[in-house]
Design a binder for this molecule. Structure first.
Ligand SMILES: NC(=O)c1ccc[n+]([C@@H]2O[C@H](COP(=O)([O-])OP(=O)(O)OC[C@H]3O[C@@H](n4cnc5c(N)ncnc54)[C@H](OP(=O)(O)O)[C@@H]3O)[C@@H](O)[C@H]2O)c1
Length: 273
């Protein structure tokens, strides 16, 4: 196996941390990112462990500074994994435009900005790989997680377009779609400010998010995502989109086969009532 240089956003926790540690243990050079301040002297950039650099994907300047530091230590980046993201919960009517923008800035625009800053290097070196962390919520529009679902649906659409635009440049784009994974995602989920007892949706929203949180807490270990990402890193022709886990693959198939009216009603019964 050829050792690769892999940059993963959101390397401080959950899926990103586990994936970074796993890929580093296989001999890859892995650089993870965090918004926390990491002193340059604390960065190792060595094999066998994941290094961390400071990067806020919502700041062009922060991305630029992090990439400058990485290129000062590593001659190239082979793989970019856009993983940083968070969830927002609440009824659509209880969500402000500002809250929506804040979340899209991380879950979609951050992916675009990091990719746009790495792509000139990929095109120059004549190859590269982008792996974006989507979600099952990208094709199952979840009640009371509507804007999070929208961000992941947009990410899927963006990634498919990017893949075709980059085809002649030998840069592949893959979306990994996790289901419920046990990480800090649950604790880091943000409730919209209007999700209060005054909201006509409050009881349903609380119940629905309660179901999701229970599923996440009982979800899979993030190693299952790390292993799938490693598969894609080693593939000659990486996949377009991969849903991880048998249960979620069946969901996806049902969503493709069943009439939309029926699949959406099933979603209502599970999450919307
Ligand atoms: N857990 C699940 O059930 C699940 C299911 C489907 C998809 N996903 C997706 O998987 C990805 C990783 O989530 P996770 O479950 O591992 O959650 P997590 O444990 O909360 O980790 C989130 C990571 O994103 C980083 N992050 C958040 N905002 C950032 C920003 N503005 N700039 C840079 N980094 C930022 C955090 O780093 P710092 O706080 O250190 O900056 C952290 O490392 C997300 O895209 C999420 O949507 C998760």
């Amino acid at each position: 196996m050829k050792s690769k240089t892999i940059l993963i956003t959101g390397g401080s926790s959950g899926i990103g941390k586990k994936t970074g540690q796993y890929l580093a243990s296989l001999g890859h050079r892995v650089i993870g990112t965090t918004r926390k301040v990491v002193l340059e002297s604390e960065q190792l950039f060595c094999e066998g462990a994941m290094s961390l650099v400071t990067m806020d994907v919502s700041s062009d300047l922060s991305i630029k500074q992090a990439l400058k530091l990485i290129y000062a230590h590593c001659e190239n980046i082979d793989v970019l994994i856009n993983n940083a993201g968070y969830g927002i919960a609440g009824a659509l009517e209880d969500t402000t435009v500002k809250e929506t923008i804040d979340m899209f800035v991380v879950n979609l625009f951050g992916v675009m900005e990091v990719s746009n800053q790495v792509l000139p290097h990929f095109r120059k070196q004549g190859y590269g790989q982008i792996i974006n962390i989507g979600s099952v919520a990208g094709y199952v529009s979840l009640p009371f997680q509507g804007l999070y679902s929208s961000s992941k649906a947009a990410l899927l659409s963006y990634s498919k377009t990017l893949r075709n635009e980059l085809r002649p440049h030998h840069v592949s784009v893959t979306v990994i779609e996790p289901g419920d994974i046990k990480t800090n995602f649950t604790a880091n989920r943000v409730y919209t400010t209007n999700t209060t007892e005054k909201s006509p949706y409050f009881i349903r929203a609380k119940r629905s998010i309660g179901v999701m949180e229970k599923d996440e807490i009982n979800g899979s270990n993030p190693i299952v995502i790390a292993k799938e990402i490693n598969k894609q890193v080693n593939k000659k022709h990486p996949s377009i989109a991969v849903t991880v886990g048998f249960k979620y693959k069946v969901f996806k198939l049902l969503f493709t086969l069943l009439p939309t009216r029926l699949s959406e009603y099933a979603v209502f019964l599970i999450y919307g009532k």
